[in-house]
Design a protein around this ligand. Structure first.
Ligand code: HPA
Length: 249
């Protein structure tokens, strides 16, 4: 049995096509997740929705309890996770509004609780993270995009930054030299924690702006809001088409 969770990011604190049937408040050994789990139906299939920044969007990226979120999802029997992330484009071919499904990550975050194997008396465990996202789920999402008639850029390297401030132009140039295409504040440690728990995890990243120094203009929060709105509408449509596929394969 597959159970899918969707972790909503900025711009996706509510899943409008979700018919909510149940709310479940969870507690974990790591504390409380960002919000109660919402159980509902998308395209007639049960999904669990968790808004990463809380229902009222009050938790900044560096304060999200990623451990509690992923632990709670595992406790709920989740097997697959689609993480939705807002990002800036380092690669200027990725115009605002574009949907990207990254295939690689570089982690520049610090001071976040980034492992379940850090402070407990279990033996040290090193997980393989060569390919940080789950290929089976990526395939389903690619297929969902094609069925929905949506363009989805099928790969790219996600630079995870600490936030909550945006980057300097020099930081973006460094990330670019490192090989990153997009930059966001929430991709890590979420993906690594998912891997430690054996969850099949993929990201749908919505480009909200050109990263610092990549356009003439300064980063404009109102424009970001507009691009997130159109981008998240695409994410919802993609999910409606992908979810039946996930259960069919
Ligand atoms: N940088 C980091 N995170 C982001 C950005 C950005 O430019 N846009 C949306 N999330």
């Amino acid at each position: 049995m597959k159970t899918l969770a969707i972790i909503g990011g900025s711009g996706l604190t509510h899943l409008r096509n979700l018919t909510v049937r149940e709310r479940r408040v969870m507690r974990t050994p790591y504390g409380e997740p960002s919000a109660p789990m919402l159980y509902g139906l998308v395209s007639d299939h049960e999904v669990i929705f968790l808004p990463r920044h809380g229902h009222g969007h009050t938790i900044p990226p560096h304060s999200v309890n990623y451990q509690a979120n992923m632990w709670a999802l595992k406790e709920c029997g989740v097997s697959h996770v689609v993480a939705v992330n807002a990002v800036g484009a380092i690669n200027t071919e990725l115009a605002p509004g574009t949907l990207v499904m990254p295939d690689q990550i570089i982690d520049y975050t610090y001071g976040r609780a980034h492992t379940f194997f850090g402070s407990h008396p279990e033996p040290v465990t090193h997980v393989d993270f060569t390919h940080p996202y789950c290929e089976a789920l990526r395939e389903v999402l690619r297929d969902g995009a094609a069925r929905a008639g949506l363009t989805l850029v099928p790969k790219g390297t996600y630079a995870a930054t600490q936030g909550p401030r945006f980057e300097t132009a020099a930081e973006i140039l460094k990330f670019e030299r490192d090989g990153a295409d997009i930059v966001g504040m929430t991709g890590m440690p979420e993906a690594a924690l998912a891997r430690e728990l054996g969850l099949c995890y993929a990201s749908l990243s919505v480009v909200a702006n050109y990263a610092a120094g990549k356009s003439e203009e300064e980063i404009d929060l109102r424009a970001i809001g507009r691009y997130l709105e159109t981008g998240m509408a695409k994410v919802r449509t993609l999910l409606e088409h992908a979810i039946p596929r996930l259960h069919a394969v």
